[in-house]
Design a protein around this ligand. Structure first.
Ligand code: E4P
Length: 218
């Protein structure tokens, strides 16, 4: 399973990369705004800076919601670097645009996915990645991880090549459960990724090993 970081923070992207486990980055307009990035030139420049740090795929989201606008914006984004993936919302014109990008060898990430039916449409259009938002599904008292499992089952039966990218991750447990449910990729903020390191028995065990070493070695 690939690990993407879900942030526009250059510091956090560098920290995850230094850990040696980073396969890519996802962003969205909210995450860009959180970093104070606004205006098309600044946004394009920020994506360039992210692509300079990371070798793997970097999802850059379009703002347009009509077919022509999505295609024009996506082409500009795809020109930034070869590892840019155009992130397109799950709407009618978005699906049309994903088909256009697929036919023109531009990678896509279909975002804001909340149902298996949407997942089938995105795969039919040839999306490179599909982003089911599991945390937001949990927020409305449904089960986000079950959604991943349902999509994984359908994709396996149908032989779809679109990669399932579990998004809207809120906890380390979400990462583990997504891996069990068949996600090809998770995208997570840094916190839940670092949370995977933690276990109290690891801390207690390490403390004892070091104490015993000090006792034996003075
Ligand atoms: C996915 O690519 C989105 O950027 C993100 O995972 C959404 O997460 P949120 O529900 O925490 O905003």
């Amino acid at each position: 399973m690939k690990f993407f970081i879900d942030t526009a923070s250059l510091d956090q992207i560098k920290e995850a990369k230094d850990l040696g486990i980073l396969d890519g980055v996802t962003t969205n307009p909210s995450l860009m705004a959180k970093e104070g990035i606004s205006g098309e030139a600044n946004i394009l420049n920020h994506y360039k800076q992210i692509c300079d740090i990371v070798d793997g795929d970097v999802s850059a989201e379009v703002i347009s919601t009509d077919f022509e606008g999505i295609v024009e914006e996506g082409k500009r984004l795809a020109e930034i670097a070869p590892n840019i993936v155009v992130k397109v919302p799950m709407i009618k014109d978005g699906i049309k645009a994903i088909r256009w990008f697929t036919d023109h060898d531009i990678k896509t990430n279909c975002t804001l996915v909340f149902s298996p039916g949407q997942a089938i449409l995105a795969a039919k259009a040839g999306a490179t990645y599909l982003s089911p938002f599991i945390g937001r599904v949990d927020d409305i008292n449904w089960d986000g991880v079950t959604l991943i499992a349902e999509i994984a089952e359908i994709y396996a039966i149908q032989g779809y090549e679109t990669e399932i990218l579990a998004a809207s991750i809120r906890s380390s447990k979400h990462i583990v459960e997504s891996a069990k449910a068949g996600a090809d990729v998770i995208t997570s903020p840094l916190g839940p990724i670092l949370g995977l390191l933690k276990h109290p028995l690891t801390d207690i065990g390490l403390e004892k090993f070091l104490a015993d070493y000090r006792k034996a070695n003075g």
